[in-house]
Design a protein around this ligand. Structure first.
Ligand code: ADP
Ligand code: MG
Ligand code: MG
Ligand code: MG
Ligand code: MG
Ligand code: MG
Length: 651
């Protein structure tokens, strides 16, 4: 995650003195990128996934499943063997890379080089993911397995949930009642990030997830696993003084959130405008795919009444002070800030006519001086607002060695703020000194337990981005409704039972579908569609309607739909996201056997969206509740956890 500079990180009371310096030079660096690359054209579709794993130690005799804290050794080993594996790596698969992550039991892997839009590349995704998992597995101990689990069910349970075991009393950065210091990646950046968030905030983070109350769960539920009377750190009394709510699962450290795994996808666009168009279109999709991939119903040994990780991570890095959160009048801080730095997107940024100002309907604080500076340097209002909104945040980790940078050749200060704004979608400007273009990252999905499922979602999203661009799809709904969907997406059973706001007519002109001709990709003279052999970039901007723009009131553009309707269609005007992807596939010239493989992924997603296949969260919940050791009291025991993780590993 984020930047991994080497050096000496400053404690919060020193780091904060450089906040304006980092912001000022971060903006200078962004302006250099902007001036150099705002008109850059013609970047091809390159894209890739990031998959995170938990390394779990399974001990059959003891029936125990624990997190292995050997990340450093494992990564060392994997990087040392890279030279050897490049010779044995299949030709169709680039040598993968493994990266450190926040949790010391976590690994992240990406393909060694990005995929292109060629059909063989699209079809290599699953093999690539499988190769990466096998490679990791090969270099683990015989009792360790790399699992793609979104949340570890027993993270923070008293006793031996890690191998080796460490006591939480030593949690010097987080002061957690539950998570030992050793759970955090030892690289100086991570403990510092943890401590500086706590210090900036002025208290420990506090997350209360609603408990899933089962037939024999004591009511009210007062958690016996919280060490209520511990007295080591000043914040230890927070729990009994109101931070830990009854009938909730209380979590008090960054590790509970940043220790989760997810599936992310990054797409390079043709140019900055195409990137902004794709960014906006993916914003309303992010809660939908969060609900559809829901995979985390167990937290700190209890069944929760939610299925997703999102609010846990948002709360786990929420560095806002009491003033910023609106609990006290503003005196020392500059802004009331409605959201954590890890949260949903607050602003649409495309300059297309489709992006009506009414859609940006939530209060979004931004730094006016930075906004004006960006505007004075030629950045348009929407993008200036986006950047100056990200830049209301302080840099959390400042390294002494890199305070002074050459703003023409570095983007580190910009990235310091950018990469600690963890939103559902990320607009990624080109890095310094690299051939990479303007990119968009899709970040909401929970990681799935199998490579097939992860590949299916990756393939679905890349195809959806092409449908968006080639058909000029319009997914805009007010941001407030996207936020409402984010809240709904996390509720228990949301995918099967929930309703989500979605746009009724997704065709730009208001009445025509791809089949009616106006929006399908056409050849030079605008007549017969040309079937293409691969997924590509560089679609024209959506044309303005000939008869002028005839806007309906915003409120009549959307309605509530089920997951099944959003994915498989509702009425004659909306074929559903899967229908749109199929229409896009019809514009391609793909051999039948390759199309069959793609359709196998889409079929799986269809079955998931109709509820015929469960989300991983529902599957895990049912596994727990039907386990012979389960006492209908919301508690997930060691034995249940072991059997669950063995079942996951066998998949
Ligand atoms: P992050 O900063 O989000 O952690 P990573 O470097 O871990 O980013 O992952 C980025 C993903 O983007 C990888 O899958 C990589 O293959 C892919 N990628 C690399 N270069 C490009 C590019 N030019 N355009 C799009 N995606 C790219
Ligand atoms: Mg990561
Ligand atoms: Mg990454
Ligand atoms: Mg990352
Ligand atoms: Mg990275
Ligand atoms: Mg990422």
């Amino acid at each position: 995650m984020g930047l991994l500079a080497l050096g000496t990180p400053l404690p919060w009371n020193e780091a904060k003195q450089y906040a304006d310096h980092v912001r000022y030079h971060g903006i200078s660096q962004f302006l250099h990128t902007w001036n150099r690359l705002k008109d850059r054209q013609g970047d091809e579709l390159l894209w890739g996934d990031e998959i995170e794993y938990m390394v779990v130690v399974l001990e059959d005799a003891a029936k125990s499943a624990r997190l292995s804290l050997r990340q450093t050794e494992i990564l060392d080993k994997l990087s040392r063997i890279v030279d050897n594996i490049s010779s044995e790596c299949p030709k169709s698969i680039s040598v993968p890379t493994f990266h450190p992550e926040y949790g010391r039991y976590m690994l992240e892997s990406t393909p060694g080089s990005p995929y292109t839009g060629s059909i063989p590349d699209i079809l290599s995704v699953e093999a690539n993911m499988r190769y990466r998992r096998n490679l990791a597995r090969k270099h683990l101990k015989s009792n360790e397995v790399p699992l793609t689990l979104t949340s570890f069910p027993l993270l923070g349970v008293p006793g031996q949930f890690t191998e080796p075991y460490y006591d939480p009393v030593g949690a010097i950065s987080s002061h957690s009642l539950f998570l030992p210091q050793e759970i955090t990646n030892p690289h100086a950046r991570f403990p510092t990030l943890t401590a500086n968030i706590r210090q900036r905030r002025g208290s420990k983070v506090a997350i209360n997830l609603p408990l899933f109350v089962d037939a024999k769960t004591p009511q009210p539920f007062v958690d016996p696993a919280i060490p209520w009377e511990r007295d080591i750190y000043t914040e230890d009394s927070d729990a009994k003084n109101g931070a830990a709510l009854a009938d909730h699962i209380y979590l008090d450290a960054m590790g509970f959130g940043m220790g989760c795994c997810c599936l992310q996808l990054t797409f390079q666009a043709c140019n900055i405008d195409e990137a902004r168009r794709m960014y906006d279109a993916l914003i309303p999709i992010s809660p939908i795919l969060l609900a559809l991939t829901a995979a985390s119903p167990v937290w700190r040994g209890y069944l929760a009444d939610v299925d997703c990780r999102w609010n846990v991570i948002a709360g786990s890095v929420d560095d806002r002070t009491d003033e910023e959160r609106g609990l006290k009048p503003l005196r020392n801080n500059r802004f009331r800030i409605p959201k954590s730095r890890y949260d949903s997107v607050s602003l649409y940024i495309s300059n297309d006519w489709k992006n009506r100002p009414d859609y940006n309907d939530i209060y979004t604080p931004y730094d006016e001086a930075i906004f004006n500076r960006l505007k004075d340097n030629g950045v348009d209002s929407l993008l200036a607002k986006h950047i100056s909104h990200l830049f209301i945040r302080d840099p959390l980790v400042v390294f002494t060695e890199t305070i002074d940078q050459d703003d023409k050749s570095s983007t580190d200060h910009f990235e310091n703020i950018q990469s600690t704004n963890w939103q559902t979608i990320r607009f990624k400007p080109p890095p310094a000194n690299s051939p990479i273009g303007w990119r968009v990252e899709f970040r909401s999905m929970e990681v799935q337990m199998t490579d097939f499922e992860n590949a299916a979602f990756a393939v679905f999203v890349v195809l959806l981005t092409r449908a968006i661009l080639s058909f000029h799809l319009n997914f805009y709904i007010p941001i407030s409704k996207v936020d409402e969907n984010m809240a709904r997406a996390q509720l228990r059973g949301a995918s099967a039972l929930g309703k989500f706001y979605f746009r009724k007519n997704v065709h730009t002109q208001g009445n025509s579908g791809p089949s009616s001709g106006s929006t399908s990709p056409v050849n030079g003279n605008g007549s017969h569609p040309v079937k293409e052999k691969k997924l590509r970039n560089c679609f024209p901007a959506p044309p303005r309607p000939e008869n002028g723009i005839n806007h309906e009131p915003v409120e009549s553009e959307y309605e509530e739909m089920s997951m099944k309707e959003i994915m498989t269609g509702k009425g004659p005007n909306f074929p559903g996201l899967l229908g749109l992807v199929s229409e896009y596939l019809d514009t391609l010239d793909i051999p039948a056997d390759e199309l069959r493989k793609i359709n196998a992924y889409l079929d799986f997603i269809r079955l998931r969206s109709t509820g015929q296949l469960q989300t991983p969260a529902s599957w895990i919940r049912d596994f727990v509740r039907s386990h012979p050791d389960y006492k209908q009291d919301s508690v997930v025991s060691q034995a249940i956890n072991y059997d669950l993780l063995v079942a996951v590993d066998e998949m």
